[in-house]
Design a protein around this ligand. Structure first.
Ligand SMILES: Cc1cc2nc3c(=O)[nH]c(=O)nc-3n(C[C@H](O)[C@H](O)[C@H](O)COP(=O)(O)OP(=O)(O)OC[C@H]3O[C@@H](n4cnc5c(N)ncnc54)[C@H](O)[C@@H]3O)c2cc1C
Length: 274
């Protein structure tokens, strides 16, 4: 199907884009938005492409306290980044499993989280990384939001006429992480996906595909003993956070989550329990 008619804008700076934003929809790589427009699941009357905005970056930069991923950074950019390979290889594991190379060449990391699908690979891996996003509003004011506070419900987030400018991943001293997913077939979104990131202080497990927003389970920062066992014991308590649909029951999803979590935690165990 073709999308309905819409006006298309290509602003050259953030101020122009934000002038339009109250009545328009932002498009980056279009890899979530365009298929939904074509299926008429989303109706758009005005579309603002952010691809020509020079103030938005497609770079990945190592800063003193964080790694910064720009609004225009594609999944392919992330996969070829030495910084990501060296410091946060679990983000590579997540990006590698999004679609095919054509999709990854266009799809942005920021678009993946802003679409706010509870199974989106980058959302799961970035939540586990305690990522922070920087937004900018029509008064050109910036605000920093923990990704943990970003998702409201299925495909809904807290953005209010704002652009996401970048994602910041705080430095994790001695951090280690993994991402793993189970999907019914190649190129499908995951049925259940998990990511674990562990630093010396705490371990965060994020599970996607459970219900409207990803599920976050963390260890107590003060209890440094046996993070893996603590996390595994907490998963069954969250059975009510898993839903049933035509692809799998609540119990099936819970068991998938336990199995994936056990695998990622086992592969990180030396780091976790040392
Ligand atoms: C064949 C195929 C397979 C796929 N498989 C997977 C998969 O396995 N896992 C997975 O996670 N995803 C998958 N996807 C989905 C897709 O790749 C991602 O959701 C993509 O990363 C979205 O990024 P984008 O730049 O294309 O965003 P767009 O589609 O352009 O936009 C998505 C949303 O983000 C908003 N947005 C974008 N940038 C900004 C910004 N800077 N500020 C504010 N709002 C913004 C838009 O308004 C829109 O609501 C697949 C897609 C296709 C077509």
């Amino acid at each position: 199907m073709r999308p309905g008619p819409f006006d298309y804008y290509e602003p050259e700076n953030i101020a122009q884009a934000l002038d339009l934003i109250t009545e328009a929809t932002v498009i980056a790589g279009g890899q979530s938005l365009i298929p939904s427009m074509r299926l008429r699941q989303v109706t758009v009357t005005k579309l603002i492409s952010i691809s020509n905005i020079a103030e938005l970056s497609g770079d990945i930069i190592k800063k003193a306290d964080s790694i910064e991923i720009g609004a225009l950074t594609t999944l392919s950019d992330l996969l070829s980044s030495q910084i990501i390979e060296e410091h946060t290889p679990w983000l590579r594991e997540a990006a590698q499993q999004v679609g095919d190379v054509q999709v990854r060449n266009l799809a942005t990391v920021v678009g993946n989280i802003c679409w706010s699908d509870p199974r989106a690979n980058m959302s799961i891996a970035l939540l586990a990384s305690n990522a922070i996003i920087t937004t900018i509003n029509s008064k050109l004011q910036e605000r920093k939001i923990s990704l943990k506070d970003f998702f409201v419900s299925f495909q809904k987030n807290i953005l209010e006429n704002e652009l996401v400018k970048n994602i910041l991943i705080p430095n994790h001293e001695l951090a280690a992480g993994r991402y793993l997913e189970f999907s019914r077939q190649r190129n499908d979104l995951a049925l259940v996906n998990v990511s674990v990131v562990s630093s010396e202080k705490k371990t965060t497990l994020v599970i996607g595909g459970t219900r409207n927003v990803p599920l976050i389970i963390e260890t107590d920062e003060h209890n440094k003993m046996n993070h893996a066992a603590t996390i595994m014991n907490k998963i069954p308590d969250r059975l009510n956070d898993f839903h049933t649909d035509q692809y799998g029951s609540q119990q099936y999803r819970l068991e998938l989550a336990i199995s994936l979590a056990r695998r990622v935690l086992n592969s990180l165990r030396c780091k976790l329990d040392e």
